[in-house]
Design a protein around this ligand. Structure first.
Ligand code: ADP
Ligand code: MG
Length: 245
């Protein structure tokens, strides 16, 4: 299937001092695609996410978003970074602001929306993630799963072209994982372009167009979920799957 590329990494290399943390990364994520990234701890998955969003600098290679090269710094970077939302394992909500304020804040600050307009959009998004009734509560009054859904609404409020998720359910109790994955499934069905680092293989099987398997800073496999789970090619992937499935 030929899809219009949205995120493109070409020959990307990154080092932390001596550690070659991303090695010759080539990755294309098409518009509307859901790419699940899996791999052992320390293989570079989080670094890859942060690199896509230029929260990390790279030593060589090129990253393009919707055809445009990502600048290293400046206003252009802030603008392009706002086009790619990020959802982390720790929800990072503002504790002293209400749910509604958490979702509205960046809209007024970064997108320049008026407060009323931002709040209206926030309420629509809270409805979408099933939290309309909680708009005026503070994060501490919500469960972890609810807080993570607020974080997703907040990311959506910037009207991003793509969303990156870095282990969004890893900090959650099992009974809350499903409610967050359901919101993500719905986003996928609605056509959102997503890169998702997760150990939730059920999500990978049902929502991903492709599975990217990383080991020691390299992309070792990049294939459909069916192919990957039934016939992993590399010894590393076989070994990894035998431990988690
Ligand atoms: P993963 O998300 O797959 O567990 P990470 O991207 O977090 O892997 O880390 C990849 C490697 O880079 C690990 O060896 C980790 O210790 C190292 N690393 C991550 N962040 C930093 C940092 N800021 N400085 C130095 N080394 C780092
Ligand atoms: Mg990580």
């Amino acid at each position: 299937m030929a899809v219009d590329p949205l995120i493109e990494l070409r020959d990307v290399n990154k080092y932390y001092g001596e550690l070659h943390v991303l090695q010759d990364i080539d990755l294309t994520v098409g518009k509307g695609e859901v790419v699940v990234v899996i791999g052992p701890s320390g293989s570079g998955k989080s670094t890859l996410c942060r690199t896509i969003n230029r929260l990390e600098t790279i030593q060589s290679g090129e990253i393009r978003l919707d055809g445009q090269p990502l600048p290293d710094e400046g206003k252009g970077l802030a603008r392009l970074r706002a086009e790619v939302g990020m959802v982390f394992q720790s929800f990072n909500l503002f504790a002293h602001k209400t749910v509604l304020q958490n979702v509205s804040l960046a809209q007024t600050k970064v997108r320049g929306r008026k407060k009323e307009e931002a709040d209206k959009r926030s309420r629509e998004l809270l409805e979408r993630v099933g939290l309309s009734a909680h708009a005026d509560k503070y994060p501490a009054q919500l469960s972890g799963g609810q807080q993570q859904r607020v974080a997703i609404a907040r990311a959506l409020a910037m009207d991003p072209k793509a969303l990156l998720f870095d282990e969004p359910t890893s900090a959650l109790d099992p009974e809350m994982i499903t409610e967050v994955l359901e919101v993500m499934q719905q986003l996928a069905r609605d056509g959102m372009t997503m890169v998702v680092v997760t150990h939730e293989m059920g999500f990978a099987r049902s929502a991903a167009n492709r599975v990217v398997f990383m080991a020691e800073g390299r992309i070792v496999e990049d294939r459909s979920p069916e192919d990957f789970f039934l016939n992993p090619e590399s010894e590393r992937a076989k070994d990894f799957l035998s431990k988690i499935l």
